[in-house]
Design a protein around this ligand. Structure first.
Ligand SMILES: [Zn+2]
Ligand SMILES: [Zn+2]
Ligand SMILES: [Zn+2]
Length: 152
């Protein structure tokens, strides 16, 4: 049972990278651009951005599924799907908001190639200031070329 649940958790987190990529490319740079715009042009004042709305959007299904499945933790896969969504949310926040954008001054330096490649790819995404053109919409899956160009 544990193995199955852990596999569901990991598959859900992986699937969320796809969902995040898709949402970023087609929704945030699409009809909800007005909420994502301030993450690109940095017009927000203070700690929060309009863009943080998307955390709520993903937190709600994650927390709801955990709540629905919590009474039968070994049998109810809703709990594990909810945990996978929430785990991905934590990873995304740690990498995107803390490591890359330094909303908290943590994790500033790294010699790990993978992390440097993720940061480079996302900086390339931010070079585009408009809704229409863009690249590197994913987060934890990084195009190989950014990985290869990192020196040890
Ligand atoms: Zn964007
Ligand atoms: Zn960003
Ligand atoms: Zn963009």
């Amino acid at each position: 049972m544990w193995i199955k649940n852990i596999v569901i958790l990991i598959l859900t987190a992986c699937f969320m990278e796809f969902v995040a990529w898709f949402t970023h490319k087609y929704v945030m740079h699409g009809f909800l651009w007005f909420l994502h715009k301030d993450h690109h042009d940095k017009t927000s004042k203070g700690f929060f951005e309009d863009n943080d709305f998307f955390f709520l959007l993903f937190a709600i299904p994650g927390i709801s599924l955990i709540y629905l499945g919590k009474n039968n933790p070994l049998e109810d896969i809703r709990l594990w799907i909810g945990l996978g969504i929430t785990l991905y949310g934590f990873l995304y926040f740690s990498v995107h908001d803390i490591f890359i954008h330094q909303r908290f001054k943590w994790l500033r330096n790294t010699n790990i190639k993978y992390f440097k490649a993720i940061r480079k790819a996302h900086k390339v995404h931010h070079k585009h200031l408009t809704k229409e053109d863009g690249e590197c919409f994913g987060m934890l899956v990084v195009p190989k070329k950014y990985f290869n160009e990192q020196k040890k």
